[in-house]
Design a binder for this molecule. Structure first.
Ligand code: FES
Length: 584
């Protein structure tokens, strides 16, 4: 069986001596040139807890790959820290980074004909970026998640990254001293790993493990655990098996696998960012996944996990009671997951879970189905004259299911932050943050700083927030994001004025401003699109290529796909390239 069917294109072709010379110059032997090449991509970089250890984990992956008679070739791509960029203009680059990660991995592995791919990734956009690339390339691949951070502690208070943002709200309101504020900052992040609640990174890690693209239990292992290092060493054996089986991402990333992932995201109370990312990954895999698919799962699946941001526990705590496999096993036993689907282990989900114990009364992190935290899903799609193409609400149930009140409008996150500092936000208001969509932002920034500050100011359950931007996985409260069309494209949000009465109803799935069609038409006629927020560089390229949030903010959407009609799977690199194995 030929396992090096891509790399042999140039390693075994006599007419390509320069290719071989450069590989030999890089330290490979003639024997190595006959082995399968595994691209090992790390998003490791210094200066972010989620990414600081990834190059070390990639080294372990390389060791495990070599032990299986494969050639591991490491390379790096970028990452953007959501924790560091939240609340400042750097956040404009966050969602953009998902596309850069996907494009750069596709370019590297496509150009160098790697036979297989391992991605070692750690922060929010790293994981969907890696999955998009794997789905496009469609070569045996698996993702290694860098792991979750441990919880922090200060003066007996459990801390995580969101504690810092909320502490700011308390500081602004004089509820904590400067010294305690600094104490929280110094103790919130005690080591490597991605933000510890069921925020976006852990949500995507759990979703991807459920999709079958990472090995069992990998999404809940702490970054600094011995088990995480062992997982990296074992990656070589899994990749060898994937190569032997010729099991590729699109064999795993089926529509049913996405449905499984949506169930787990819902049960865990995961981040709304999963809507964008799973739609984008599905697109890359040729699966037509829509916001309605999320709604359909939300209609039938409850929230069971008492995890942060709105709950009590961290991912590290879930790891201690069996991790994501224990949750999956519990759901499988109740018929909520399809166990027949293939995974990167070369076995089905049900086979992976055969020896896993379901969760019962011995723990209180995962409630039983008979006593859910919320009887239906927390991710709800809302439509109305403010969001004719939809919006995404995160409704934990703790804030109620309906909110109405007068609008207070801000044209940027900075304006809102200023407004919070000046105590302009009052109980009962619907806070509108607009011109922060995929194009208007640009980059659809997350609103964690203002939402956390509002929480810290004690207004979390007294106001609602709506935006064409995103909410961090760490956000909680009555929040509705991804409003589509975005204000920059002249969506309903652009027409709202201070004092307009807004009604948000998560039972009827509606989001409306109480204005007649005539009033809205009049305002629309007078509306002027703001000037382009940037004039050059990657953000301008992004504005020109990004699809709307209902299409996952992807940057390679064919015109005809905008109709929403099911589209055939796009050809993979293998199919669309002039790949030949004539010299095999
Ligand atoms: Fe990386 Fe939160 S900043 S996961």
């Amino acid at each position: 069986m030929i396992l090096n069917k891509y790399s042999r294109i140039y390693t075994q072709d006599d007419s390509l001596p320069a290719s071989q010379a450069m590989l030999i110059g890089s330290g490979l032997s003639d024997a190595d040139l006959r082995k399968p090449f595994v691209g090992i991509c790390s998003t490791g970089f210094e200066g972010n807890t989620c990414n600081m250890h990834l190059n070390g984990l990639a080294d372990e992956v390389k060791r495990g790959v070599a032990a299986q008679g494969l050639v591991g070739l490491r390379f790096n791509t970028i990452g953007v820290s959501d924790g560091i960029t939240n609340g400042n203009a750097g956040m404009r680059f966050s969602l953009v980074s998902r596309e850069i990660i996907a494009d750069s991995i596709e370019a590297m592995a496509g150009a160098h004909y790697y036979d297989a791919l391992a991605t070692v990734v750690g922060c929010d956009k790293n994981m969907p970026g890696a999955l998009i690339a794997m789905a496009r390339l469609n070569r045996p691949s698996l993702m290694v998640y860098g792991g979750t951070i441990r919880g922090g502690e200060f003066k007996g208070q459990q801390l995580n990254i969101v504690s810092c943002f909320e502490a700011y709200g308390k500081k602004v309101n004089g509820q904590i001293s400067d010294e305690d504020y600094r104490g929280i900052i110094h103790n919130a992040c005690p080591g490597p790993g991605a933000c510890g609640g069921m925020y976006t990174a852990n949500t995507m890690a759990a979703a991807i493990e459920t999709l079958g693209m990472s090995v069992p239990a990998s999404s809940s292992l702490p970054a600094d655990s011995a088990a995480k290092t062992q997982e990296c060493l074992d990656t070589g054996a899994y990749l060898r098996r994937l190569l032997e089986l010729d099991l590729k991402p699109r064999d795993i990333l089926t529509r049913e696998a996405f449905e499984n992932a949506l169930v787990v995201v819902t049960v865990l109370g995961g981040s709304t960012n999963a809507v964008l990312h799973l739609i984008a990954i599905a697109h890359a895999a040729g699966v037509h996944l829509t916001m309605e698919d999320f709604q359909a799962v939300s209609n039938r699946v409850p929230v069971l996990a008492d995890l942060k941001p709105s709950g009590k526990y961290l991912m590290e705590d879930l790891s201690k009671i069996g991790g994501v496999p224990a949750v999956q096993r519990t759901l499988l036993d109740h018929g909520l997951l399809n166990g027949d689907l293939m995974t990167v282990t070369g076995r089905t989900l049900a086979e992976n879970l055969a020896d896993v114990q379901p969760l019962g009364a011995e723990q209180d992190l995962l409630r039983p189905l008979s006593n859910p935290i919320k009887a239906d899903g927390h991710i709800q799609m809302l439509y109305g004259n403010l969001a004719t193409k939809g919006s995404v609400a995160k409704i934990s149930g703790k804030e109620g299911l309906r909110f109405e009140g007068p609008a207070i409008v801000f044209n940027s996150e900075e304006e809102l932050n200023q407004g919070i500092t000046e105590h302009k936000i009052k109980a009962g208001q619907v806070v509108v943050i607009r011109y922060v969509g995929p194009k208007g932002g640009p980059g659809m920034p997350e609103m964690l700083k203002p939402t956390s500050a509002i929480m810290g100011a004690g207004l979390g359950d007294k106001v609602a927030l709506i935006t064409d931007g995103r909410f961090s996985g760490g956000t909680h409260g009555f929040v509705i994001g991804h409003v589509c069309p975005e204000a920059y494209d002249g969506g309903g949000l652009a027409l709202v004025q201070d004092g307009d009465w807004i009604v948000l109803d998560a039972t009827k799935n509606t989001i409306n401003v109480q204005l007649s069609d005539e009033d809205l038409a009049q305002r629309r006629a007078a509306w002027q699109r703001p000037p382009l927020p940037v004039r050059q560089g990657v953000l301008l390229k992004y504005i020109r290529t990004v699809s709307d949030a209902s299409h996952g903010c992807i940057t390679d959407l064919f015109e005809e796909d905008q109709t929403g009609a099911p589209y055939p799977p796009a050809p993979s690199v293998q199919e669309r390239g002039n790949l030949t194995t004539s010299n095999a």
